[in-house]
Design a protein around this ligand. Structure first.
Ligand SMILES: Nc1ncnc2c1ncn2[C@@H]1O[C@H](COP(=O)(O)OP(=O)(O)OP(=O)(O)O)[C@@H](O)[C@H]1O
Length: 521
């Protein structure tokens, strides 16, 4: 709620209260009917005029409150979606999970929380006003009506926890559906190639059915709890009538048919209001688990300055285990600025894990990795992965990532990776669509390298960047990077012995969790 401007919150409350007089007006206006028998035409006209004014007034405020609620919901939706996206990003969630939160969860929270809160506000306003009115008309009978109304709360008091739990199950099932739909869409070529579309689609359908079943279960549970409340509503009308008829026949507490009629019509809004509060309560409960974030959003990382112009990397007793799987035994090593290093070893031995340690993405199980004197952070080094990340936009957007660089600098980076001439007459303005594969594998990799070159960080980590490239492309890219003055540490299955000699590479093989110096083969 703190995302809402104060004036808006206040305006919503005021208009909601003024738009909640329908119950009282019903009681006042319709309760007069028995007294209108034989009234003069002037009195009848006055009665009609007052009724029109009262109804139009309250409906106008009701309309205004709904418009303001729409405005407030927009503010809340923006804040909610920003928070969901930020937390997903900071928690390193899978894209499909993050998108599930952004779409399905957010839609449910909007419908069953924001809109429900708005209904709650109008329901509470209407209930409170009608209650005050009912008590003013006849305190004894008013209390009887209110006491019976309170009964309708009982089912929801007991049912809300279960509804919340089912909401969490639905979200988990949805997560799996989105993941499986994403596998289906991204695996199109493989699935067609092996002619397994139909059996694989059954898998997707099973996930889809499971999440829809979870939603159905939750909705049915919600309606069942509400049905129990509605059954009690019957009691909340018949009970007070029974008491009222009894008191009327014994002439107690000034109860007449007109009083009972007024009270019933207004108490309908007490009962209806309480019933609405119960409905809303169920809706709010259904979103409880969705609104619980795994962590609070953190401030975005500010750019960090490099500790020294030519810092060395220090590994001090650095070890890494994944559970009981040891990847690196305690290792102490200093890598002076400008070193060119190759890291080799069979698949699955731990090369990527070592690069992640050096980049600060992976915390060591023991020891520290420092750049100059401070623990290394991902914002201080450049890590180039095997699969380049590019997005739909211009080449300029993909290079700058919204930072400010003069066109001349951008062109120089493109020229350095040999793309300036390859990407058409105006390479910076060229639109790229990585999903549509409108750049070759080598061009994508070179674009990502150009992005890295612009940042001029002191350490460059390369993870199998030439794996998908032909020899000529691989040679060109390596030559480009090896010429740089920075520290370069490359993990590779296939190396280029001539270049490794030329640039004085130190080669290490990862064997039995140790970094063992190896010849430049
Ligand atoms: N986050 C993780 N949690 C648990 N185990 C992991 C994790 N990351 C990697 N591993 C395991 O650690 C081992 C080393 O993986 P890593 O990706 O570092 O190897 P690699 O040498 O880079 O392999 P490749 O050459 O095939 O890319 C593997 O057995 C892998 O399954």
């Amino acid at each position: 709620m703190h995302h809402l401007p104060r004036w808006l919150l206040l305006a919503v409350v005021v208009t909601a209260v003024l738009g909640s007089f329908e119950g009282i007006i019903n009681g006042l206006v319709l309760g007069q009917f028995p007294t209108l028998v034989g009234a003069t035409s002037t009195r009848l006209f006055r009665y009609l005029g007052a009724a029109v004014l009262l109804y139009v007034g309250t409906y106008t405020f009701l309309y205004l409150s709904q418009v303001l609620i729409v405005v407030a919901t927009k503010h809340l939706n923006v804040a909610l979606k920003q928070t969901l996206l930020t937390v997903s990003f900071q928690q390193g969630e899978k894209p499909s999970s993050g998108l599930n939160h952004l779409t399905n969860d957010a839609a449910k929270i909007e419908q069953n929380y924001f809109s429900a809160l708005a209904s709650l506000l109008t329901a509470i306003a209407s209930t409170v006003l009608s209650t005050v009115f009912v008590l003013a008309v006849n305190p004894v009978m008013g209390l009887v009506f209110i006491a019976f109304s309170a009964l309708t709360m009982v089912p929801m008091i007991f049912g809300q926890k279960g509804i919340g739990r089912l909401g969490a199950l639905w979200s988990q099932a949805n997560d799996r559906t989105v993941q499986s739909a994403s596998d289906w869409l991204t695996g199109r070529r493989e699935l067609r190639q092996y002619a397994v579309e139909q059996p694989f689609f059954r898998r997707v359908t099973a996930a889809l059915t499971r999440s829809e079943n979870a939603l159905q279960k939750q909705n049915i549970r919600q309606w069942t709890v509400q049905y129990s409340s509605w059954l009690l509503v019957v009691l909340t009308l018949v009970g007070p009538w029974t008491v009222g008829f009894y008191l009327m026949s014994h002439g107690g507490f000034g109860i007449t048919i007109s009083v009972l009629l007024t009270l019933t019509l207004t108490a309908d809004h007490v009962v209806g209001g309480v019933r609405q509060v119960m409905d809303v309560w169920g809706q709010l409960a259904s979103t409880a688990a969705l609104r619980r974030l795994p962590a609070a959003p953190q401030p975005f990382i500010a750019p960090t300055s490099t500790p020294a112009a030519t810092p060395a990397l220090h590994l001090d007793s650095v070890a890494l285990n994944y559970g009981d799987h040891a990847v690196l035994a305690p290792t102490t090593l200093t890598v002076p600025y400008g070193t060119k290093m190759l890291l080799t070893g069979p698949s699955g031995i731990g090369k990527t894990s070592c690069l992640n340690l050096l980049a600060g993405w992976q915390k060591p199980t023991q020891g520290t990795v420092a750049l100059a004197d401070a623990p290394v952070a991902p914002t201080q080094v450049t890590y180039i992965p095997q699969d380049p990340w590019l997005f739909t936009g211009t080449v300029r957007d993909n290079l700058t990532l919204t930072a400010a660089y003069p066109d001349q600098t951008l062109r120089a980076a493109l020229t350095a990776v040999g793309l300036n001439a390859e990407l058409g007459p105006d390479p910076l303005a060229r639109e790229i669509h990585p999903d549509a594969d409108d750049l070759s594998g080598g061009q994508k990799q070179r674009l990502v390298i150009a992005r890295a070159l612009l940042r001029q960080r002191p350490v460059i980590l390369l993870d199998e960047i030439t794996a998908g490239l032909d020899d000529r492309n691989a040679h060109a890219i390596r030559t480009l990077i090896y010429q740089l003055p920075q520290t370069v540490i490359e993990s590779a299955h296939h190396t280029d012995p001539a270049l490794a000699q030329e640039f004085h590479f130190q080669t290490y093989a990862l064997q039995n969790q140790q970094l063992v110096p190896a010849p430049n083969f």
